[in-house]
Ligand binder design. Sequence first.
Ligand code: XIL
Length: 476
Amino acid sequence: MKKTHAFAGLVLSTTLLGAGLTNTFAADESLRSLADKNGIYIGAILNSQWFNGGLPGNYEQIHKKQFNIVVAENEMKFDATEPQEGRFNYNNGDKMVKYAQQNGMRVRGHALAWHSQVPGWVNNYKNDKQKLLKVLKNHIQNVVGHWKGKVAEWDVVNEAISNNEPQWRTGSVWYQGIGPEFIDSAFVWTHAVDPDAELCYNDYNLEQGVNPKAKAGFLLEQVKRWVANGIPIHCVGSQTHVEDTTTDKHFIGSPDSLRSLAKELAKLNVKLKITELDIGFKSGINVSKSDLERQGQTFRQYLDIILEEPNADTYLIWGVSDKWSWLGGLNRQKGLIYDDNLKPKPAFDSILVRLQTYEPPKDSVKADSTAKDSTVKDSTAKDSTAKDSTALDPGQSIKQFVSPSSLSMHIAGRTLFVTGLASKRAKVDIFDTQGRPIFSASTHNGTVDLHNIAEGIYVVRVRSGSSNLIQRVTIK
Ligand code: XIL
């Protein structure tokens, strides 16, 4: 705080400083830049339409600006990568890996052993245990081998637990033909091919309590057994396809329950990742503005787990815009953070604000979170260097501050001043520290009147052209 004042005093008359500002040098913030600073991954799938150029250009612009991890909606699944026996097709997956490399993103691989989206030819060997073992092993060796060192983590096994009662999903082609040992084998084979990849068990409905009657309770017992037996499992992926619990009273599932799973997994040195998040409303209902704001709060509560639990590091959303979402098939709607026109929804703001305001407890270290991925580590390093040099060399930061191309803001008394605008007016949004919208206005002559806002700590976002500045402020 003292440093901020000291440097700001050189630019502004000190009498103008009626309110405190922090993080004064940040400009053009995104979910991604804030996630980098917090040492977590935030991502969204690349929808299948992206692979054949079927999406508007701003989709990709948004995707690479906002996210630092990516997964393919369908293109690395069994039926996509081995449509015919022994004939592998890596074209789409390669396209995504290249995109990720060009944009410094981490790649998730999804999914190796799953009962769904398995090509028809596999079923020809339905009850032939030896043949099915060979088929699965060969698939894993080829696919994991092809992307070795490029795919940082794999969903090795997806949805192997029944949804109705806590037991294995017995209808799966792999379970029927091989038995539950297909799971242990898949982990061992994957690890043998790429020992550096993080290996996850991935499933849904894991946010319904950690007790023997719930899926997460059953899974936890399996994870204990895998760990005790030296099966290489490093993470549990919680898909977290959930519903808004106010408009659907029957839906069970809560961030708190998922957090308790994270805490149990921590005891086993296994990570929790949120891998396929969407928070839908029932199809057909009228979704109001306050529904969308409440949805934003739920997005934030799930994000809190990733920020706060030391063994949680990834927050991945199953889609970008509501327009291209698989949720329609589930009789749900509007579960993502951008609307049909690729405009950010209140949920986007909640996430952005939470990433901005989160302060890790002193001495907290994310369990090896970014260690495996040099690209993300690099950008984190860049950020911290920038911060350090700011602290040591105020002269340099002032140069940034007054640069005509960069947006900046300060508060004097009850007036917000914005400089460096790309156009005549900027849009200003003010949120509470939980990400709830409090106030919105456009600047007039570079200012916004804040007299109607109660004293307190807020987050102010200024948008001008494609620039985005977000800062925490104290209004006195
Ligand atoms: C979904 C895709 O989004 C759809 O395009 C496809 O038709 C079916 O699969 N759990 C998973 C994902 O692990 O692979 C699923 O993705 C959604 C549920």
